[in-house]
Write a protein of this length. Structure first.
Length: 96
């Protein structure tokens, strides 16, 4: 899993049937402090997250399995919304 920040939404009226009821968000990988550290990508939202939130993202075959549809074309899935990140006894992020 990676840490990512939700940057916005993507709308696709024509898409694979396995994605028909999914919300697709634009995310950017982030570091432990919540600062963007990579290029944007699309991810299906499985937990109801929204813009500005720091999330946990599963990638590759794990993302596909998280959708409960084995043949889904998903490469990235948001599987959690982070409330805080503590590393080496220091809190790096806390949701406000």
């Amino acid at each position: 899993m990676i840490i990512a920040k939700v940057m916005g939404t993507a709308v696709a009226t024509a898409k694979h049937a396995a994605l028909s009821s999914t919300k697709i968000l634009i995310i950017c990988p982030a570091n432990i402090d919540g600062d963007i550290s990579g290029d944007p990508l699309l991810a299906v939202d499985l937990v109801g997250s929204g813009p500005g939130e720091l999330v946990m993202v599963s990638r590759g075959s794990s993302a596909r399995l998280a959708t409960d549809y084995k043949n889904s074309p998903v490469d990235a899935a948001i599987v959690g919304i982070l409330d805080s990140l503590q590393y080496e006894d220091k809190i790096h992020f806390r949701k406000e």
